[in-house]
Design a binder for this molecule. Structure first.
Ligand code: AMP
Ligand code: GLY
Length: 426
């Protein structure tokens, strides 16, 4: 069978690589893909992004199923369009994808369904937002409502920083946020203390199948300093998600969300990602929902997944996730992201990349912002690639991944030296 993956990042490279392992698969197309998917065995790039053209391609090529990587095509209704043409596609409808595409929708949803999250207020009016900040005091978190590739969030330690964030988001849109139809809005919420984890599940509308836990590293620099990014590294499993925390998250967050989405008329199917803040007592609150896999969390998660992902997704698309049990490699997988100079604000692109790593079963380089240019691999995005390794402990996976990092070079490359630090201190 032939499959299609939509997207061009590290998550999509990992998805395409994993899907191509299935004995039933002849070819995985990736639209538009990157320099890594261009050379992956049984994977082929497809220079298409238009939804109707992608659907035409699936009909013409008899594509068995399509997996959507990023949020933008989901928010644009790719699943609705494919379903209308009776094409098998894995991901939520546009209405269900609002859990990610509108923070205001997500917050109101959590509030009315009593799903634990930070207290918040939503503002369209800048003056009211400024008055709220003055009345409330810092620390506060200011979030742009709309898709901002993980960058439209300011954790303000001072009232001045919170005011500046409101000006940036409501008055000048410096983050280039894609606003919903009712214009610019900000969500201002209470600062939550604790440790973050990514809790990702598959949902087939009714049944839930959790993936292995993971933890991202959102800040650019070592020691969780510097600006927020799309994610500078990840590992799986995350020890902070103990069996007790897992059970509590399923009971208090995931199951109520899936039930309420169905009850409110937009049943969720696809990958559902709860970004959690877990406090010292093991209480988890939802920082955000995403309607897709995480990037870079997908890279370590899929390195550990032993089950055939095509069979899993087929069962999911048939509404039979309750029959699936996932098999995991018990080891830890850890991914170190290598980013372009200037990332996240203004990444410089076009640098030649040398990769001296030979991939094997325990080490892979998943490409993100790369392209093949006359046979030369060049950077084409802020996050360039992620070196992902398996090891018997977090420290061994870390050592292995950084051995790989040392064999990769491009001008001005940035990466963190401490991916996994929270799991190693324990
Ligand atoms: P988000 O895109 O909403 O997940 O926010 C990006 C990052 O900002 C999160 O991964 C957290 O590190 C931080 N953050 C967001 N909301 C809060 C909050 N209420 N309290 C503390 N940190 C937060
Ligand atoms: N790594 C964070 C995200 O995918 O949203």
């Amino acid at each position: 069978m032939k499959l299609l993956v939509i997207g061009s990042g590290g998550r999509e490279h990992a998805l395409a690589w994993k899907l191509a392992q299935s004995p039933r698969v002849k070819k995985v197309f990736v639209a538009p893909g990157n320099g890594g998917t261009a050379t992956e065995p049984r994977v082929e790039n497809l220079a298409l992004t238009d939804i109707d053209q992608l659907a035409d391609f699936c009909v013409r090529e008899d594509i068995h199923l399509t997996v959507v990587g990023p949020e933008a095509p989901l928010a644009a209704g790719v699943v609705d369009a494919f379903r209308a043409r009776r094409l098998r596609i894995w991901g939520p409808t546009r209405a269900a994808a609002q859990l990610e595409s509108s923070k205001a929708f997500a917050k109101a949803f959590m509030e009315r369904n009593r799903i634990p999250t930070a207290q918040h207020r939503t503002f369209a009016d800048a003056q009211q937002a400024h008055a709220y900040i003055d009345a409330h005091g810092a620390p506060l978190v200011v979030k742009a409502d709309g898709l901002a590739a993980g960058k439209g969030v300011v954790v303000a330690q001072t009232v001045e920083q919170a005011h500046a964030a409101v000006r940036d988001m409501l008055e000048s849109n410096v983050y280039g946020v894609q606003h919903g139809s009712d214009g610019a809005r900000v969500v201002i919420e209470d600062f939550l203390d604790g440790e973050e984890a990514s809790f990702i599940v598959l949902v087939d509308g009714r049944h839930v199948l959790p993936l292995a836990s993971s933890q991202d590293h959102k800040r650019l620099r070592d020691g969780d300093q510097g600006p927020n990014t799309g994610g500078m590294g990840a590992y799986s499993p995350a020890p902070v998600v103990t069996p007790e925390v897992h059970a509590r998250v399923m009971r208090e967050i995931i199951n109520p969300t899936v039930q309420a989405m169905a009850a409110e008329g937009h049943p969720f199917s696809g990958f559902l990602y709860a970004g959690l803040m877990i406090d010292a007592h093991g209480h988890a609150r939802t920082l955000e929902f995403n309607c897709r896999l995480g990037d870079p969390e997908t890279q370590p998660i899929l390195m550990r997944l032993k089950s055939d992902l095509v069979e899993v997704l087929d069962a999911a698309l048939d509404g039979e996730l309750d029959r699936v049990e996932l098999q995991w490699d018990r080891r830890t997988a850890l991914a170190v992201v290598m980013a372009a100079p200037g990332y996240p604000e203004a990444p410089r692109l076009g640098d030649a990349i040398q990769i001296g790593v030979k991939p094997d079963d325990d080490l892979r380089v998943f490409h993100a912002g790369t392209r093949l240019d006359d046979g030369v691999l060049r950077s084409s995005g802020g996050r360039v690639l992620a070196v992902t390794a398996l090891g018997d402990s977090v420290r061994m996976a870390q050592t292995r991944a950084y051995d790989g990092v040392r064999q990769i070079a491009f001008d001005g490359m940035q990466f963190r030296h401490d991916i996994g630090h929270r799991a190693i201190k324990r």
